[in-house]
Design a protein around this ligand. Sequence first.
Ligand code: SF4
Length: 216
Amino acid sequence: MKTLPKRFNYAEAYLTFRCNLGCSYCINKFDGLKPRKEMTADEWADALNDIDFGNVSLTLGGGEPTQFKGFFELVDKLKMPIDLLTNLQFDVEEFIKNVNPDIIIAFHSDGAIQKIIPHLIEIGVDVLNPLQPECMDIFEIKRIYGDKLSFWGTIGTQTTMPFGTVDEVKEAVKKSIQEIGKDGGLLIAPTHLLEPEVPWENIMAFVEAVRDYGKY
Ligand code: SF4
């Protein structure tokens, strides 16, 4: 088995460059979308299952990855955690019918998405990423949906992480674990990538606070 080098924190398999949308800015169109030979689901599964991705989850992307002919078959065959980079223009009912029902589905969308949370629950989403304190009342969302969803995030990357003090970072982590992590269902994390302006002390404060308070 091959191992993903530790310096990599992202891995993506471009299953197909075809897409069911035609965005004018799509980089896949720059070569006129010449037909390309695509690998089969078995070929992808054999190649990808032979790699130890460590802590990195594999992203399935494209084009629109659900347009890949063996998409459902491949999802069921892959052994590592996967993300799906999708335009969401696919038949969710078909997806639910065809993939292993034990798969945990994490949905990513930045922004104020509280209005669509009931729909996400209805289509089978298990984990909401991120729970973003800059634009949603994260404690209220836990109160309303905490028995149906798990939450990923909660520590703001536009507020607390770059601009908070060390004590404010620790306090935010503590409050999040105690209130949103109550009875489980919290993957505590910054709500997005840490940008260069985040002070190193705040990163260390986050890690220390998770170690101090992150116990049930
Ligand atoms: S791959 Fe993305 S950018 Fe390109 S057409 Fe599809 S949705 Fe649009």
